[in-house]
Ligand binder design. Structure first.
Ligand SMILES: [Zn+2]
Length: 120
């Protein structure tokens, strides 16, 4: 890889549906009760371009994230190890810990609200 190769950021968005509740909130808070979201997660990678002109092939990222999405889709997130308190922030962290090449993960709980965790 040449030192003159540009560095680029790429992103891809995935979706899963899951239930959760936030046990650390007071019982009067609506998010303490069980409910569901159509989550969207955007994975951002950063790197130099390879000899194909890619940071990575999106298909390779799909293969990497598929088993993680399978662990969460149509599940109660609180039952997943590491997600006992599944806030959007901690869901983003859960993905970041498991996707070594990701620099940033953004988790949308709905169209209006997201949380993002970065390595920097
Ligand atoms: Zn919620």
């Amino acid at each position: 890889m040449s030192e003159n190769q540009p560095t680029a950021r790429i992103a891809r968005t995935y979706r899963f549906e899951a239930a959760h509740h936030l046990p650390l909130l007071p019982s009067t808070h609506k998010c303490h009760r069980m409910h569901g979201h159509n989550y969207r997660i955007t994975v951002i990678l950063r790197g130099q371009l390879d000899n194909r002109g890619f940071v990575t092939d999106f298909g390779e990222l799909d293969d990497e994230i598929a088993p993680l999405l399978k662990q969460l889709d149509h599940k109660l997130l609180n039952d997943v190890p590491g997600l006992e308190n599944p806030t959007a922030e901690l869901i983003a962290f859960w993905f970041l810990e498991r996707l070594s090449r990701a620099v940033t993960i953004r988790v949308y709980e709905n169209d209006d609200s997201w949380a993002e965790i970065s390595r920097d």
